[in-house]
Design a protein around this ligand. Structure first.
Ligand code: PGA
Length: 242
């Protein structure tokens, strides 16, 4: 497990962009596993900049996202489809038809979950998976608990996650209570994982990397099992790391 601590989240995001860029340059038709939330915004801004100024080419790149709120259409400004379009897809030369986010308004949500796992398989898996973490250690929307799920599934959000995400909505009441999320298998099967965490609110979750325990009460600890994972944190998130 490689742990990289940077003074600021800007420096950390630039390093994360280096890793993603290396994958795209090596394999122009790579599959990116992407995450949403405030954490990867700097990474996406940097990738857009490199597309515009360093001709980083997304024309053959494909992407598959971790999760989506149930009940929000793709044009809702808090949907993860909208987030991806506005932060990345609309600003690079990716073919939008090659970008995948679960459909949170599918009539048959179970069928959507099965189809999403099949989509991931059809793409041949992900070359590099970008992950943020929740203050409670969730990855994607795989919430802490007694068990984790391997498959793409419907997850009921914890109160902690609802509270953490309320800042994006008019009030906590408007945060959707459920989401579709990739399960642990698709996440852990990526060729390479990068986990980003910035700010003091993530310090406790990052402190779980002080030992070798892997437990579903902190899903990000499963990253310790991955042979090619890098934890990329700023000093505030690293504050409790030994
Ligand atoms: P954040 O969310 O980047 O907005 O902090 C991360 C997450 O919940 O996975």
């Amino acid at each position: 497990m490689d742990i990289k601590v940077f003074r600021t989240c800007e420096e950390a995001s630039a390093y994360a962009a280096d890793l993603v860029e290396a994958v795209i340059r090596k394999r122009p038709d790579c599959v990116l596993g992407l995450a949403t939330g405030s954490t990867p915004e700097g990474l996406y801004a940097e990738l857009v900049r490199r597309h515009q100024t360093d001709s980083l080419d997304f024309s053959q790149v494909k992407s598959i996202n971790l999760d989506e709120y149930i009940g929000l259409t793709g044009d809702h400004n808090q949907s993860y489809r909208y987030f991806m379009d506005s932060h990345l897809m609309n600003h690079v030369n990716i073919d939008r038809a090659n970008t995948f986010v679960p459909n949170g308004t599918a009539v048959d949500l179970e069928a959507e979950c099965r189809a999403y796992d099949q989509k991931w398989l059809d793409l041949g898996g992900t070359d590099i998976q970008v992950l943020g973490i929740g203050p409670n250690g969730h990855i994607g929307f795989n919430e802490p608990g007694e068990i984790l799920h391997a498959d793409t599934h419907i997850e009921v959000l914890t109160q902690e996650t609802i509270d953490a995400n309320a800042r994006f909505f008019a009030s906590a009441d408007e945060v959707p209570r459920r989401a579709i999320t990739m399960g642990m298998r698709d996440i852990m099967s990526a060729q390479q994982l990068i986990v980003l965490a910035f700010g003091a609110g993530k310090a406790e979750a990052i402190a779980r990397f002080n030992d070798d325990q892997v437990t579903p009460d902190c899903p990000v600890t499963f990253i310790k099992l991955h042979p090619n994972a890098t934890l990329i944190v700023d000093e505030a998130a690293a504050a409790l790391l030994k």
